[in-house]
Structures are given as C-alpha cells and as structure tokens.
Ligand binder design. Structure first.
Ligand SMILES: Cc1cc2nc3c(=O)[nH]c(=O)nc-3n(C[C@H](O)[C@H](O)[C@H](O)COP(=O)(O)O)c2cc1C
Length: 400
C-alpha cells in the first residue's frame, strides 16, 4: 500500500496567513470537534487577543470511569491537537505551553500562534477534522498494512507517546480477555451503569453524550441477559470468550442503538495500544494529542477507528496490560482500526457554553470544511459508492 503522500504545503503559499482573531475562533471550532470520553467535551476555551487557553472543565469529569482525570486530560489533549491543526492550516506556527502554571492545574495548555512557517504535516490533517467520527461498526477483515502501522507509530512518537501494534495472537487474546474482564467488573457496578445512562440519555439539544445513532444495537435477549439473568449473561460471555471477542462498551441503554448489533470485534481486527513512559497529567495530555494525530491520519486515508478503553480504566487490568503488553509503559488508550462505512457524527455543545470572549454566534461550532447546511456536526462528504476518501495532495480530501 502507498504511504501517505508527503505533507502538503499550507493552503496557498501566495495567500497571506489568516488574520489572528479569525484564526483563533477557527482553532476553537476545531478543538470542539475533538473526540472525548463519553462525548463529555470536558473543556473550556478562552480566547485572548494573542492566544487561546484550553482549560479542563472538571464539572464534566466522569467520576466512576475516570476518577483520576486520565481520560479527561486525553480528551483535552485531542482538542489541543485540533487547535494546532487549525493554526497550521491557517498559515501559522504554534507555540504550546502545557500545564504552564502549577498554581492553576486546570489550565492544561496555552497556545500562541507564531508568525513563522506552519507545520505542513499538521496542515495536511485539517480536512479530516470534521470528517473524523468514532466508528463502532463491524470492520472488514482487511488488516492495517505494516507500513501504515509504522507511519502511525512515528506520528504518535512526534507527540511523545508510544503506539504499540498488538500483533501476536496470544497478545491479542490477552487484550480481549482483559477488556472482557474490565467490562464485566464495570457493568457489575451500579454507579458505572448510572454514569453510562447519564451520558446516553441527554436532554434534547444538550449537544453532548453518546447518541443512539452512534452505537450498535443491543437486542432484547442481550438486554435481558444483562439486566436479569446472570446465568444467561455468563453463557454469552463464554461465547465471547471462545470467539476471542473484544467487547465494545455497551452504550445502548435505551435499546435504540442504530448501528447493526453485530460489531464483529473479534481477534482478527487490527488493535493498537497507546502508552506513555510517565503517568502524569502531562503524559495524558500528550497521549490525547497522539490519539487525535493518529485518528486524523487514519481518517485522511479512509480508515475507521474506535477507542475501546475499559481495560485501561480498571486499575487491575491496566496493570496487567502494562506488565504484559506495553513493556512497562503506562497504557493510555486501546484502538481498533479497520475499514468500514464512515461513523455517524455526534453532537457538540453550543459555542457560548464552551468558548469565552468569542465574537461568533452562540450556536454550535462552525465546521471549517464540508459543512452541511445545518451546521455542526455534519458527516463528511457522502461517499460515492465503492470509493474511499484519499488525500488530494494539497491538504484536502477527494474520492479515489
Ligand atoms: C479518552 C477516550 C476514551 C474513549 N473510550 C471509548 C470507549 O471505551 N468506547 C467507545 O465506544 N468510545 C470511546 N471513546 C470515543 C468517544 O465516545 C467519542 O469520541 C465521543 O462519543 C465523541 O464522538 P466522535 O469521536 O464520533 O466525535 C473514547 C474517546 C476518548 C477521547
């Protein structure tokens, strides 16, 4: 397979960089499009004349799944990466100060646009920002080629994070087993189930949470198994075990999940781990930047991906992942990667609830590329049948 084309130059060398106020507003829009755990969007963005601050919004932290704030920091890291991409696409370089003030631990990053050469590799990812969606469908059996995995490993390393493909059969089975174990422990906890319900049954217009349109359907039999009959649930888990399945997180609390029930996440799919040498806020923030860099790179090349992080969230299974699969590095995220119809978009909060000092209208963020008439979120351009998105060599995307 062909590696990604060389980084495209910034939009047009002849065009002057975008004016700073517009650019910072666009960076805020891009940040808001980032993935976040349970679509909590746990960030606040503060615009200043010369910079953008990214703050953690602890009121949106998941207290059961993420008491330490690891996934909150990763989510903000993903938003930070999107802001860096938007600045590069606008013709500016970025100077980033991460956790700049020990007295203000919720200030996770300050981003200063700098009038010098933008990073063309980041600018090339701009078109993928509104196209990237978590995809929980069944992936086709096509494995991710080794040269693309090597490329993704190098991309994550640029963000100070290790990407480790899980290649050996026994390792893939172990990862699936630890994910099943973590998923089982989590679902046995009423507080966990209540938290999932809270983020899957949002009030209309809240602009956050995981909508039924983005999750596989859990049929009545499975629901009954889960809720009422431990013996049937054990049978089902034994079937999963025999097939070596990696359970996707069950977000279908209302039974309205719109994606096919069969997500086919067996051991033949491509799995990668993201891991960090340190285990602090800075490392989690960087892991989020790496996560989004990898996800945008995959989107740009027409690949689908979804995080499956139960085993990272439960301390016991995280430790087992660490000793068996990451060579002592601290596990941050688990990704399944494959080919599938693009995932559906999820909502975003209103700008005025997220962005301070903005001069833009208060509604949903504006999609910078491929925006549909109804505003954010929008799916990427409809795929002409049998074709897939590829780079147009100028930092944009076209269809092969
Ligand atoms: C740190 C982190 C952990 C996540 N863990 C999971 C997971 O375990 N299962 C899952 O289906 N999605 C997971 N997601 C994906 C989010 O649910 C998704 O980003 C969010 O719903 C927004 O949707 P979008 O990615 O399509 O924009 C995770 C995302 C992040 C950033």
């Amino acid at each position: 397979m062909a590696l990604p084309p060389p980084p495209a130059p910034p939009p047009s060398p002849a065009a002057p960089p975008r004016p700073l106020p517009d650019l910072l507003e666009e960076a805020a829009d891009a940040a808001m499009a980032a993935p976040s755990v349970h679509n909590t969007q746990p960030w606040r963005i503060v615009l200043h004349a010369d910079r953008l601050d990214l703050r953690a919004d602890r009121t949106r932290q998941l207290t059961t799944v993420d008491p330490g704030g690891r996934e909150l920091a990763q989510s903000v890291g993903a938003a930070l990466f999107n802001a860096r991409v938007a600045l590069a696409a606008g013709g500016w370089a970025a100077q980033v100060h991460r956790l700049p003030d020990p007295e203000d631990p919720d200030l996770l990053a300050v981003v200063h646009p700098v009038a010098s050469g933008p990073d063309p590799a980041l600018a090339a990812l701009a078109a993928a920002v509104p196209q990237r969606h978590t995809d929980r469908r069944r992936f086709s059996g096509t494995p991710v080629p080794d040269d693309l995995l090597r490329h993704l490993t190098a991309e994550a390393a640029q963000e100070g994070t290790e990407l480790l493909p899980v290649v050996r059969e026994e390792h893939r089975r172990l990862l699936a087993r630890l994910t099943r174990k973590a998923d089982h422990l989590q679902n046995a906890d009423a507080a966990y189930r209540a938290e999932i319900r809270r983020w899957t049954t949002r009030r209309r217009g809240a602009g956050d949470g995981v909508p039924a349109s983005a999750v596989p359907h859990v049929d009545d039999r499975q629901r009954d198994d889960r809720q009422r009959d431990d013996r049937q649930r054990d049978d089902r888990q034994r079937d999963d075990r025999q097939r070596g399945d990696l359970p996707l997180r069950d977000f279908d609390t209302t039974g309205a999940g719109a994606l096919p029930a069969d997500h086919g996440s067996g051991p033949d799919q491509t799995l990668v781990l993201l891991a960090s040498r340190e285990d602090d806020q800075h490392a989690c923030l960087r892991a989020g930047e790496a996560l989004e860099r990898v996800l945008l790179g995959l989107t740009r090349l027409g690949w689908a991906a979804s995080p499956v992080t139960q085993a990272v969230e439960v301390p016991r299974t995280r430790e087992q992942l660490r000793s068996a699969l990451t060579g002592g590095a601290h596990p941050q995220n688990v990704l399944r990667i494959g080919r599938a119809v693009p995932g559906p978009p999820t909502p975003r909060r209103r700008r005025d609830a997220v962005v301070e000092n903005s001069t833009r209208p208060p509604g949903p963020p504006t999609a910078p590329h491929h925006a549909g008439p109804t505003g954010w979120p929008v799916a990427g351009p409809a795929a002409p049948s049998g074709r897939r998105p590829v780079s147009d060599g100028r930092g944009g995307t076209t269809w092969s």
